[in-house]
Ligand binder design. Structure first.
Ligand code: ATP
Length: 199
């Protein structure tokens, strides 16, 4: 699995539709301060479902939409598409290429797509479970992240090992099953109460 390309439109400083192709090996982004290098990394985190505006270095999520310059009007939508090669089938979809798209309108409405089919954020999260890719995974190592990992709580560090070991999906499904079980037990108690009254 590798990142093939990133297409950005209306996201932060990218007022024009911009496509970045990632060749084999290492890709380096060079440019003067403030030209938008970190915005490219933000776009990758954002399309993978980042929900915290702080992680986007913004006060609120709408601030990721291009807010205009002296010579250009603000836009009303931000859109990022990340295309991933999946020839080895690491992502659990029988497709050799997978395009993840996220769109956000100024109204606050947001949309997610996998290969142009509308999906929920949950579907994107599930697709990347246990792959090491995703907003909380270890695939994006920003400045200070290694320090943060070394100084974070043991439980937080354990999350990284669990993700690498591929057990996150089982933990999440286990927690979901426990919630359903609790709800079912609550329903059973209510039914028993009603039956007791009827008898
Ligand atoms: P440095 O080398 O200093 O870290 P950089 O190349 O990583 O800089 P970024 O932090 O990616 O730069 O980009 C900052 C630029 O993005 C600023 O010029 C800022 O005005 C612009 N920017 C951020 N959000 C928006 C937005 N919503 N609309 C328009 N421009 C934006």
């Amino acid at each position: 699995m590798f990142l093939k390309s990133l297409e950005v439109f209306g996201f932060k400083s990218f007022a024009d539709r911009t496509r970045i192709e990632f060749a084999d090996g290492i890709t380096a982004l060079l440019g003067p301060n403030g030209c938008g290098k970190s915005n490219v990394v933000d776009a990758v985190k954002w399309v993978l479902g980042e929900q915290a505006s702080k992680a986007m270095r913004a006060d609120k999520m709408e601030d990721v939409i291009f807010n205009g310059t002296e010579s250009r009007k603000p836009l009303n939508v931000a859109e990022v598409t990340l295309t991933i090669a999946n020839e080895n089938g690491l992502l659990n979809l029988e497709m050799s290429e997978i395009a993840i798209k996220r769109r956000l309108y100024r109204s606050g409405e947001s949309e997610y797509y996998i290969n142009n089919t509308p999906v929920k954020l949950k579907d994107i999260r599930e697709l990347f479970w246990d792959t090491g890719v995703g907003k909380t995974a270890y695939s994006v190592m920003e400045q200070g992240k290694i320090d943060q990992i070394l100084s974070s709580k043991p439980e937080e560090r354990r999350y990284i090992f669990e993700e690498a070991a591929g057990i996150t999906r089982f933990k999440v499904r286990g927690a979901e099953a426990e919630r359903k079980l609790e709800k079912t037990e609550e329903n059973m108690r209510q039914i028993e109460g009603i039956l007791g009254e009827v008898k």
